[in-house]
Design a protein around this ligand. Structure first.
Ligand SMILES: [Fe+2]
Ligand SMILES: [Fe+2]
Length: 263
């Protein structure tokens, strides 16, 4: 008999060590693809995933200013912040599959495990880049608030999809092109290639989230645009701020009907 999917996902969330989490996430995605895991959810997902002793997690208002991008310290701070986002993104994708998979079905699980495998790869290449710059993940403090959206939406898959892929990951589509330009201007060609690859993958992640959200709405006979606005208003504190990367958002299935009125 093969192992349960729920238990495998829970054990990824409970792995604190960054390298260990990367390997565990990729292994569960592969095992699922190869049919080695039973579609059973016999354990609960933890409220919060395990975190390594470092980085120290600070509330946003206590995070040191990143300073100008040109300095060596500023560059390391940028890559460290990006690595932290990807590290948390591994758990966000695994929790999506583990918490809502039973209700949403095997197709949903397969999609979010492919996202988790991407996020693990993103973290690993950012970590490698940090090391080339003489640093490593954990050297600097990191943003403590990235799990908040998951916590607020842990009872409702539609709210989770509305906020995590369709707001937070979509925000990455908006800001990454300017970061790529800045990184390229500083002469870091490898860094700009890494970010371009991440941007391409993130378009797919937003599309996966949007597709499942729209299907969920169709199933419940709700209009996706207005239901999305309602959920974002209830569960996402901040405003959805322009400038928008309209072409990337459109490629991800997020038409302006979703976010124009809310911006
Ligand atoms: Fe990512
Ligand atoms: Fe992503």
């Amino acid at each position: 008999m093969s192992a349960s999917l729920g238990a495998a996902l829970r054990s990824v969330l409970l792995t604190a060590d960054p390298g260990g989490k990367v390997m565990a996430a990729r292994a569960v995605a592969r095992d699922w693809r190869l049919g080695r895991l039973d579609f059973t959810f016999d354990v609960a997902m933890p409220d919060s995933p395990a975190r390594p002793a470092r980085p120290e997690l600070l509330p946003p208002n206590r995070m040191p200013k990143r300073g100008r991008g040109g300095s060596e310290r500023g560059r390391i701070a940028l890559w460290h912040a990006l690595a932290h986002i990807e590290f948390v993104a591994i758990d966000l994708a695994i929790d999506m599959a583990g918490r809502f998979g039973a209700q949403m079905g095997p197709g949903f699980v397969g999609d979010f495990l492919s996202v988790a495998a991407d996020e693990a790869m993103h973290f690993a290449i950012l970590q490698r880049h940090l090391r080339v710059l003489g640093s490593t993940y954990g050297d600097l403090p990191a943003h403590a608030g990235l799990w908040e959206a998951a916590e607020k939406t842990r009872h409702d898959v539609a709210a989770r999809l509305a906020v995590v892929p369709m707001v937070l990951e979509a925000r990455g589509l908006d800001v990454t092109p300017a970061t790529i330009t800045r990184v390229l201007d500083s002469g870091d060609v490898t860094g700009s290639r890494i970010l371009q690859r991440i941007l391409d993958d993130e378009i797919r992640h937003v599309r996966i989230g949007t597709t499942h959200f729209v299907a969920w709405c169709a199933n419940k006979q709700k209009a996706p645009e207005s239901h999305w606005k309602e959920l974002v208003g209830r569960y996402f504190g901040g405003a959805i701020k322009p400038p928008f990367n309209d072409s990337a958002r459109l490629a991800a299935g997020l038409s302006r009907d979703f976010y124009a009125a809310i911006a």
